[in-house]
Design a protein around this ligand. Structure first.
Ligand SMILES: [Zn+2]
Length: 304
C-alpha cells in the first residue's frame, strides 16, 4: 500500500510520465506448501485436468508462458456478437478483463464490418497453466485466439463448432496473403491492436506487410502486430497485465517503431531463405514445466 501511495505522489508531481497505477489486487489465496513429489509433477498434467476456476479474487500470476489465473470466468458459449469454438476443450476461460475485451472487440467488429461478430478459439483453461496439447502460452488468462473465418452464422450448434474449421489466409508459406484475405480482416487486426488493453498480436508475416502497405492513417498500432509462425487461421491477441495484478509478469514492449521493415525482412527470408548457419548450436531441448517451475501462487491454485 505504501508503494501505491508513493506512486500516487509521483503521479501528482509528473502527471505525463505516470503509468496507470492501481492498488494491488487483494490476495485471498491460501498458503499451500507442496511436497517435493508434487513440485516435480508435470504442470500440464495437473492444470490440464482442473475443470473449474478458483473461487478466489481474479488475479494473474507469472508469465504468459509460465503462469496461471485465479478467479477466471468463462466466455459464454454464444453471445450477441460471438460464439466460442471447440467447446469440448474447455478453454473458453480467462481473466475477467480478457472476457470483457473479447466481447467488446466482437461488438466493434460487428458494427464495423459485414461480419456478425467473431468466432473465438482457445483462451485459457479454468485455472490457466500449461495445457495437455498445443500452446506454450495462454497460461495466464490473458491470451485469446480469434478465428479468421468471418463469423456470419452465430447459431452454430455445439457439434458444428467441434467440426467446422477456420480458413487459412496465407499463400507462399506466409510470404503473401491469399484470396481469403479481405480489408475486413485488416479491420479486425486494427481494431484489436488499437485497443489500449492489448499488448501485442501475433499473425503471419504477410498480413502485417499488407497492413503496413495499406495503412494511410495513424500507423501507431502497427507496432503491436508481431509476425509469427503459423497464425494464418487465427490471430492471437495478448493483453497487458490487469491493473493491480502485481504478480503478473509483463512482457517487454515491442521494439519502437512500426516494425514494418522487420515484417518485410521476414517475408524476404521466406522467399529467399538464408543459408543455414553451420555454427548454429542445436536448439536446447525444452523440458516440460513442472509445478515447481511455476510461481508459488500457481502451486497453491493447483491444489484448491
Ligand atoms: Zn494463441
Amino acid at each position: 500500500m505504501r508503494k501505491y501511495i508513493a506512486s500516487i505522489g509521483l503521479c501528482l508531481i509528473a502527471v505525463t510520465a505516470c503509468a496507470p497505477s492501481a492498488p494491488p489486487v487483494a490476495n485471498d489465496l491460501p498458503q499451500v506448501t507442496l511436497s517435493s513429489a508434487d513440485l516435480s509433477r508435470e504442470a500440464r498434467l495437473v492444470f490440464g485436468n482442473l475443470s473449474t476456476p478458483t473461487t478466489t479474487t481474479a488475479n494473474v500470476f507469472g508469465a504468459y508462458a509460465g503462469g496461471c489465473v485465479a478467479g477466471a470466468v468463462q466466455l459464454a458459449e454464444t453471445g450477441p456478437t460471438w460464439q466460442a469454438m471447440r467447446l469440448s476443450r474447455n478453454r473458453n476461460w480467462a481473466h475477467p478483463d480478457t472476457v470483457t475485451f473479447v466481447q467488446d472487440l466482437s461488438t466493434r467488429m460487428a458494427a464495423a464490418t459485414s461480419w456478425s461478430g467473431l468466432y473465438i478459439g482457445d483462451m485459457s483453461q479454468p485455472r490457466g497453466g500449461p495445457m495437455l496439447s498445443g500452446h506454450a502460452s495462454h497460461q495466464s488468462g490473458l491470451d485469446a485466439d480469434i478465428w479468421l473465418l468471418p463469423a456470419r452464422n452465430l447459431n452454430l450448434s455445439q457439434a458444428a463448432r467441434e467440426n467446422l474449421s477456420s480458413i487459412s489466409m496465407q499463400a507462399q508459406r506466409g510470404a503473401a496473403v491469399n484470396e481469403n484475405w479481405t480489408e475486413e480482416h485488416a479491420t479486425l487486426i486494427r481494431l484489436a491492436a488499437s485497443d489500449p488493453r492489448v499488448s501485442r498480436i501475433f499473425v503471419f508475416p504477410a498480413a502485417k506487410v499488407w497492413m503496413c502497405e495499406n495503412e494511410t492513417g495513424d500507423r501507431s498500432y502497427l507496432r503491436k502486430i508481431r509476425p509469427w509462425f503459423g497464425h494464418h487461421y487465427h490471430i492471437h491477441v495478448r493483453l497487458n497485465c490487469p491493473l493491480g495484478a502485481s504478480d503478473c509478469e509483463a512482457q517487454d514492449a515491442p521494439p519502437v517503431g512500426d516494425g514494418c521493415a522487420d515484417a518485410q525482412a521476414w517475408v524476404n527470408n521466406i522467399l529467399n531463405p538464408p543459408p543455414p548457419d553451420p555454427d548454429a548450436p542445436d536448439p536446447a531441448p525444452r523440458r516440460a514445466l513442472r509445478l515447481g517451475d511455476l510461481p508459488a501462487q500457481c502451486q497453491a491454485i493447483s491444489q484448491l
